[in-house]
Design a protein around this ligand. Structure first.
Ligand SMILES: [Fe+2]
Ligand SMILES: [Fe+2]
Length: 295
């Protein structure tokens, strides 16, 4: 089995300091093979924020991979944003804006969807998708092919942010080239399940859309992160969320998928999180997360 921890929207500069050590402890405890961060590592792309983010990543004791988000470009320095939008990110987090990691069971390919001209929306660039498909080998092996981007490729129409440019063509191409999972963030809300842009087609890539793992910028939800546990032909996605005590991460919901043809399908009835002693009244703890949050 292989395990990925998916963090998102850390927003150093607007973090909850009391949550920092619990998050490090939670990630360390689950001993992932890879930590993936889907952007917005900082609040305002300041040097001290990048430094704190890098220190945090290096303290996890695991290999990590990150892509930038819109907050990782300077907002109030238009000249710098125009000429060198990712200078500090490259210097302090990763020179490679579209990193890749692979092993015998999965491949993770990052793409940079942050854009200086579409600061909030972001862009799924054709060149990034083509490179990702080349990396995935057009789905020619049985490994899990996982793309990570900051902006979601599909979102609830009621979301208060404009959807990413180029998302529909990119998603169609990703499906054709063997993508299994798309990891994203940006909206600061949790969602996992099938993309709804393939009506009548039960198998295909799924999305895992993590909320903010560490910041105060909650959208009526709690801080969370995702665990992806993989074994051949089977993927379990677990939402690890802050409990009502406010300082511990615990399993909140789980969904199971199995490989079928060109993609993944949900396995009904296997997503139940066992109730823990004292979890009575924990809201949705112990229940299966709805796979289709988008109407
Ligand atoms: Fe964010
Ligand atoms: Fe964002």
């Amino acid at each position: 089995m292989k395990r990925i921890v998916h963090l998102s929207d850390l927003h150093f500069g607007r973090t909850r300091p009391e949550l920092l050590q619990p998050l490090v402890a939670a990630v360390t405890e689950v001993a992932p093979d890879l930590v993936v961060v889907s952007g917005d590592l900082t609040q305002r792309a300041r040097t001290r924020e990048f430094r704190a983010a890098r220190h945090f990543l290096d303290s996890l004791g695991a290999r990590w991979l990150a892509v930038p988000g819109n907050h990782d470009m300077p907002l109030f320095q238009p000249v710098t944003r125009f000429l060198q939008p990712f200078r500090k990110y490259r210097e302090m987090i990763s020179y490679d804006l579209e990193p890749c990691h692979e092993n015998g069971l999965f491949m993770v390919a990052g793409i940079n969807t942050a854009d200086r001209f579409a600061h909030q929306r972001g862009v799924a660039r054709g060149a990034s998708i083509r490179r990702t498909c080349q990396r995935f080998g057009e789905g020619s092996d049985d490994r899990f092919h996982i793309l990570v981007a900051h902006h979601p490729f599909e979102q609830d129409p009621s979301a208060d942010k404009a959807p990413m440019k180029g998302r529909e063509a990119a998603l169609a191409r990703l499906k054709d080239c063997g993508a299994d999972v798309v990891l994203s963030g940006h909206l600061h809300t949790w969602h996992t399940g099938a993309f709804l842009t393939r009506p009548g087609d039960p198998a295909g890539p799924i999305q895992v859309h993590a909320g903010t793992s560490l910041s105060t910028r909650l959208r009526g939800e709690v801080n969370d992160f995702a665990l992806l546990d993989m074994e051949p032909g089977r993927l379990t996605v677990t939402r690890m969320a802050v409990e009502h005590d406010g300082v511990h991460f615990a399993e909140r919901a789980r969904a199971v998928f199995r490989r079928e043809g060109q993609g993944l399908v949900a396995v009904p009835g296997e997503g139940v999180v066992p109730k823990r002693p004292g979890s009575e009244g924990d809201g949705d703890a112990g229940k299966v997360q709805r796979l289709h949050k988008i109407p």
